[in-house]
Design a protein around this ligand. Structure first.
Ligand code: DSN
Length: 426
């Protein structure tokens, strides 16, 4: 029985918004009924500080099993030695990861934030930037997205980072992990991949796995392309030993260093209902049809990129290798990304304003618009539908001041969206 009508009303309204719209934010997705059920299960009632077989509370016969399932599945999916599935989110996973290996003042090399890196890769506004010394690498050629490895190597030799971090939230190209590993190894840096955006595409074998190139650690969220609950994880290579004893700081001991920094270092009780939902999403990602999904996400993104470019949208790097597209809206249409975001939201296409490389505009009023295909592919859209999405985007931007036209576009997108069920319907 529902006791809170105000909340139920908002949940229903959000479900309607999601169902009737076309979700194109590249970091969002739709989860299955099984993931939602696990998130809403009685595991939410349980405290489980500690690790399997070493908890600080009784009554762990089911939590131990569910956490072990999640760990085993994550390890199989990403082909690594260890999985810590307790981090509460992607930012927390990154904070734990840094603190496991680094001492205050240590140097980390990471992607320039305006070239696609993430806030948690050392943006000056974060607490992390006070703790560690972040130095940068970036793109050499904005037309291709090619990383400037010459400059990266020169900086690495000069700065001697203890960690080389790859990963992004707004970069549409595949990374050359072998090249990063070569330079990282030359300077003795631990190699970390923040794969939050693309871990589902790696799990689905549609993109390369950094562990195949000698990376030591991979952090990720579990709710983007991976299509699981809103949460995080840290995967690593090395030997797992008793997390209750402090090990030496060696690369071999990374799994134990990460476990100890997760709990008791930085977190308390793990969210067991979310860990149950992670176990479910890993199971789903292990099924053969998930590989079709991962490939379809990329096929859709490439087709959408071509369809947009044919209509005059300038795309950063002129296309994509993954699930996301970054449009230079200011160059294409003389408006800011936020104006386009608002116009397209009004016709049921959700995406987000975003900075572009070397943006001359401030982050809250950037020149770019970021979009992607993971959620729409989950709803069942294929390449055949991408021309139509691109056309709606063009129409929505061009006719943004014409209320009648915008209402008619909104009616069209709604009718279209309703043909594609949400996976939680079944
Ligand atoms: N907020 C996420 C994104 O949209 O890319 C990254 O944390």
């Amino acid at each position: 029985m529902h006791t809170d009508d105000a909340v139920i009303k908002l949940i229903k309204a959000e479900e309607k918004r999601q169902r009737e719209g076309l979700e194109l934010i590249p970091s969002e997705n739709y989860v299955s009924r099984a993931v939602l059920d696990a998130m809403g299960s009685v595991f939410t009632n349980k405290y489980s500080e500690g690790y399997i077989g070493k908890r600080y509370y009784g009554g762990q016969e089911n939590t131990d099993k569910i956490e072990q399932l999640a760990i085993d599945r994550a390890k199989a999916l990403f082909n690594c030695d260890h999985a810590n599935v307790q981090p509460l989110g992607g930012a927390t996973a990154n904070e734990i990861m840094y603190n496991s290996w680094l001492e205050p003042g240590d140097t980390v090399m990471a992607m320039r934030l305006d070239h696609g890196g993430h806030l948690t890769h050392g943006h000056p506004v974060t607490y992390l930037a006070k703790q560690y010394n972040f130095v940068r690498y970036g793109i050499k050629n904005i037309e291709t997205g090619e990383i400037d490895f010459e400059a990266l190597r020169a900086t690495a030799l000069k700065e001697k980072p203890k960690m080389l971090l790859v990963g992004f939230s707004a970069y549409p190209r595949e990374l050359d992990y072998a090249k990063f590993a070569e330079i990282g190894n030359e300077v003795g840096a631990v190699l970390v991949a923040d794969m939050a955006h693309i871990s589902g595409l790696i799990a689905g074998k549609a993109l390369k796995n950094p562990f195949d190139y000698g990376f030591h650690i991979m952090t990720s969220t579990t709710h983007k392309t991976l299509r699981g609950p809103r949460s995080g994880m840290i995967l690593s290579m090395g030997t797992v030993s008793n997390p209750l004893k402090a090990p030496d700081k060696t690369v071999e001991n990374l799994p134990t260093l990460i476990d100890r920094m997760t709990f008791p270092g930085m977190q308390g009780g793990p969210h067991m209902h979310t860990i149950a939902a992670k176990a479910v999403c890993f199971y789903e990602a292990m099924q053969p049809e998930y590989q079709n999904y991962a490939q379809q996400v990329i096929k859709n993104a490439k087709k959408l990129a071509d369809s947009l470019m044919e209509r005059g949208f300038k795309l950063i790097t002129n296309g994509t290798d993954n699930h996301l597209l970054l449009c230079d809206i200011k160059t294409s249409f003389g408006i800011h990304g936020g104006v386009a975001e608002e116009a397209l939201d009004a016709i049921g296409l959700t995406m987000n304003k975003n900075s572009i490389p070397n943006d001359t505009e401030p982050p809250f009023r950037p020149s770019g618009l970021r979009l992607g295909t993971p959620a729409m592919t989950t709803r069942g859209l294929t390449e055949d539908h991408m021309e139509q999405i691109a056309e709606w985007m063009l129409q929505g931007i061009v006719h943004r001041s014409d209320a009648k036209k915008m209402a008619s576009l909104r009616a069209e997108t709604k009718e279209f969206a309703l043909k594609f069920p949400m996976p939680s319907d079944v």
